[in-house]
Ligand binder design. Structure first.
Ligand code: NOJ
Ligand code: CA
Length: 704
């Protein structure tokens, strides 16, 4: 329902300086956004409960080969409206989402050049989005963008949880620092990743979480990134002003726009309660409704996989990995013997299928099933994988039949090696192969430098590719979980077969270098704002030497915290990532992973502080069962939980999987206790999480 409301325009409230011509506030009145044209430049500011969030900041775009859309603007018209509707996501943290905002639509003209540009603001109770709109017009039809200059002027030297600006990876640990310290810390923030394409000593990625000295939580991100380049933020650290910095293409062009068109939303979330940042649906709400009529084939997935054996165990994706110079085109695999340990073989995959069937998992991911791996490593040529030819020791026909006979599916794996034209050439055949054998989900990946060379993972061309892979998959009723793709911006609302993404530093890094113990207390504030993450939790053996004597890795988490991540890291796609042998050693704890839901009716954030702790409670879809998870940073955390979300008067059994008193992520991570308690909505639970620890609780009714 959309209706006009009276009449902010008449108030012309203006800012303290009296320069602002238009104002819109959030439905609850706490957030105010003002707009004006100041000396020809579009300018806005934003406040929350009277405190400045964004100081006056200018808007505009610099173009290539034609006059910029930066200045000489005049305001033509401002229209206000309000929108309030509730929608049901196909899967999600809640079964219903309210989309309630007030809108201010500003129409601008650039008279000397006969051009028009509009700016649309939507203001919610927990933040706002703005975007540029370019109507179809005579003197602005097709234009390359040199840079977008959207400013976000901060009101102080805030604390931020940031990762370095990079056009190709987000796989970094977060650094917590003042904005003024970013420049000095940049070197240590990037050193862990060789592929970094650094563009500025003060460049950071979104979603960027900040906290002000007077207790405001501010988050900057973007929503609905479609046919445009991903936005980074470059900080002027003298004045504490962020400015957008788009990802370039191989020619240095930042975006190509053809009118009528618009940019993605630039979003600023704000609250004085950290939990509101986690509970916010602003990014989803700024995306378009579901584009598919039939979504009955889209189903949340809990899976295991032939994966950690390679990532953590040092085994091989490639069947012929130690042959020095193999050419895919003329290698006869049927005459080649397997070199080294290749876990994607029929017998081993069968073992995983049995394990999945016994413990109620939906799918088994198998990586390294297809030819091409030996051709990729170290070569980066553009024709690598064909996505349809299995290695000779992987019996695709038999294994799919065997899996289906046990009520399990195999999950497809497409590592593109960044060779995107090659992937697009083979995509239809690859999806057809999946249809033929009954796969309905693919984990894809974009490791390495992009081919065509010079293109970046987060550029417009690649962003269009990731979405193309998703919409083509939908034609085959296939769900997509893309790793190393651009970080999500809420597109899963429109295309819910985008069931997950990695696009951040996942559990795989625990096997390589370790993640900071605080990592999972930051990700839900940042990376998860745009959509679910395939974080691949559930590692029970923290000493990686136990499965690979050559490994230097250590998983910086307690075992109890690994359970909690199924609740705190929201995703409709969850992997139990460890090898079956490690689960068999701790079957009592594994029970939580078996029980926990992957789709929810309701979610509540009970306690939260970025970098320190997150406690979430979620009610399973269609069931009166709750699951609670706590993840804690270096200092651990003590909780005092009220279970007042339970049905009044009903008795439940709570099974509490907690860190033992002497647990510690470094030297005693596997020390946990399991306690059973009868609880009601009146119960309070005092629980302690060890350093790098956590707890997980399942709560089921006793009176079924
Ligand atoms: C990186 C992905 O994140 C990981 O999960 C996958 O196993 C490798 N690429 C190989 O595709
Ligand atoms: Ca990755």
């Amino acid at each position: 329902m959309k209706f006009s409301y009276v009449c902010m325009a008449l108030l012309l409230a203006g800012s303290a300086r009296g320069t602002f011509a238009a104002e819109v506030s959030s439905p609850d009145g706490n957030i105010k956004v003002n707009f004006s044209v100041v000396e020809g430049r579009p300018t806005y500011e934003m406040s929350y409960k009277g405190k400045p969030v964004i100081l006056p900041s200018t808007l505009g775009l610099e173009l290539i080969g034609s006059t910029d859309l930066m200045d000489k603007f005049e305001e033509k018209n401002v229209t206000y409206s309000e929108f309030d509707e509730t929608w049901q996501p196909v899967w999600g943290e809640n079964k219903e989402i309210r989309n309630h905002y007030r809108e201010m639509f500003v129409e601008l003209a650039q008279p000397p050049h006969g051009r028009f540009m509009n700016i649309r603001f939507r203001v919610y109770d927990d933040g706002m989005g703005l975007r540029y709109e370019f109507p179809q017009q005579q003197y602005l039809d097709y234009f390359p963008v040199r840079e977008e200059h959207t400013q976000f002027a901060m009101a102080g030297d805030h604390t931020a949880w940031w990762i370095a600006g990079d056009y190709d990876t987000q796989e970094y640990d977060y650094t917590e620092s003042r904005l003024s310290e970013i420049r000095g810390l940049m070197k240590s923030a990037i050193c862990s990743n060789a592929s970094q394409t650094q563009f500025s000593p003060t460049g950071v990625q979104t979603s960027l979480q900040m906290k002000t000295d007077d207790g405001l939580y501010i988050n900057i991100h973007e929503a609905a990134l479609v046919n445009y380049s991903c936005m980074h933020l470059n900080l002027d650290d003298k004045n504490m002003v962020f400015e957008s910095w788009l990802t370039p293409d191989a020619q240095g062009v930042k975006a190509y726009v053809q009118t009528p068109d618009h940019t993605p939303w630039r979003t600023v979330m704000v609250s004085d309660d950290a939990r509101d940042m986690l509970a916010s649906n602003l990014i989803l709400n700024l995306n378009e409704p579901c584009a598919y009529e039939d979504t009955s084939w889209i189903k949340p997935v809990k899976y295991v996989g032939v994966w950690w054996e390679m990532i953590g165990g040092g085994k091989q994706w490639s069947y012929t990995y130690d042959l020095p110079s193999v050419k895919l085109d003329n290698l006869d695999y049927s005459k080649t013997k397997c070199h080294g340990e290749h876990p994607a073989n029929t017998e081993n995959v069968k073992r995983y299928i049995d394990f999945a069937a016994e413990h109620g998992f939906d799918q088994v991911l198998v990586e390294g099933w297809n030819v091409g791996w030996e051709d990729w490593f170290g070569k980066s040529k553009d024709y690598v994988f064909d996505f349809v030819t299995p290695y000779p020791d992987f019996d695709i026909d038999y294994l799919n039949e065997y899996a289906h006979s046990k009520g399990v599916r195999l999950m497809m794996h497409h590592e593109t090696s960044g060779s995107v034209r090659n992937y697009e050439r083979h995509m239809e055949a690859a999806y057809n192969l999946m249809d033929k054998y009954g796969y309905n989900a693919v984990k894809s990946g974009y490791v390495g430098n992009m081919i065509p060379r010079g293109e970046h993972h987060y550029g417009q061309w690649l962003n269009n590719h990731y979405l193309y892979a998703v919409t083509e998959a939908a034609k085959h009723k296939i769900m997509v979980n893309a790793h190393e793709a651009v970080r999500p911006t809420g597109l899963c609302r429109t295309y819910p077969n985008l069931i997950g993404n990695e696009s951040a530093r996942g559990t795989e890094y625990e096997a390589f270098a370790g993640n900071k113990p605080s990592h999972t207390t930051v990700l839900p504030f940042t990376r998860l704002q745009g959509g679910p993450m395939d974080y691949t939790p559930g590692i029970f053996e923290m000493d990686m030497k136990k499965i690979n004597p050559n490994s230097a890795g250590h998983v910086n988490s307690t075992l109890a915290r690994q359970l909690a991540l199924y609740v705190t890291m929201y995703s409709p796609l969850q992997m139990a990532a460890d090898i079956p042998e490690n689960y068999n050693r701790f079957m009592d704890a594994f029970q939580f992973i078996k029980d926990v839901a992957v789709d929810w009716d309701e979610s509540r954030y009970l306690e939260a502080e970025p970098g320190q702790y997150i406690v979430a409670a979620r009610k399973a879809k269609g069931k009166d069962e709750w699951y609670v998870g706590c993840t804690a940073g270096e200092k651990g955390h003590t909780s005092d939980l009220k279970l007042d979300f339970l049905d009044k008067g009903r008795k439940y059994e709570a099974v509490i999987y907690a860190d033992a008193k002497d647990a510690h992520y470094l030297d005693n991570p596997q020390a946990y206790t399991i306690t059973r308690k009868t609880v009601t909505d009146k119960s309070r639970l005092k629980l302690a999480a060890a350093p790098g620890g956590g707890y997980a609780i399942s709560i089921k009714p006793l009176d079924l």
